[in-house]
Design a protein around this ligand. Structure first.
Ligand code: ZN
Length: 61
């Protein structure tokens, strides 16, 4: 059987924990979580940084 993602021959034995995919990479592609460009949203990183900055701005009385 071939990997449904990259169409390469995939190991379908229990030794391959990424079945029916050939590798973790193809499994991630199928799940849609491997799309690095879509995952790293610039706005998300900025938003993540705003919280510590906002905390620092507040005077610690
Ligand atoms: Zn594959």
């Amino acid at each position: 059987m071939r990997c449904p993602i990259c169409k390469q021959p995939a190991d379908m034995t229990p030794a391959n924990r990424f079945r029916p995919f050939c590798s973790e990479r193809c499994q991630m592609v199928d799940l849609g979580t491997w799309v690095d460009e879509g995952y790293r949203v610039p706005g998300a990183a900025v938003e993540d940084r705003e919280h510590p900055d906002d905390f620092k701005k507040k005077p610690l009385h």
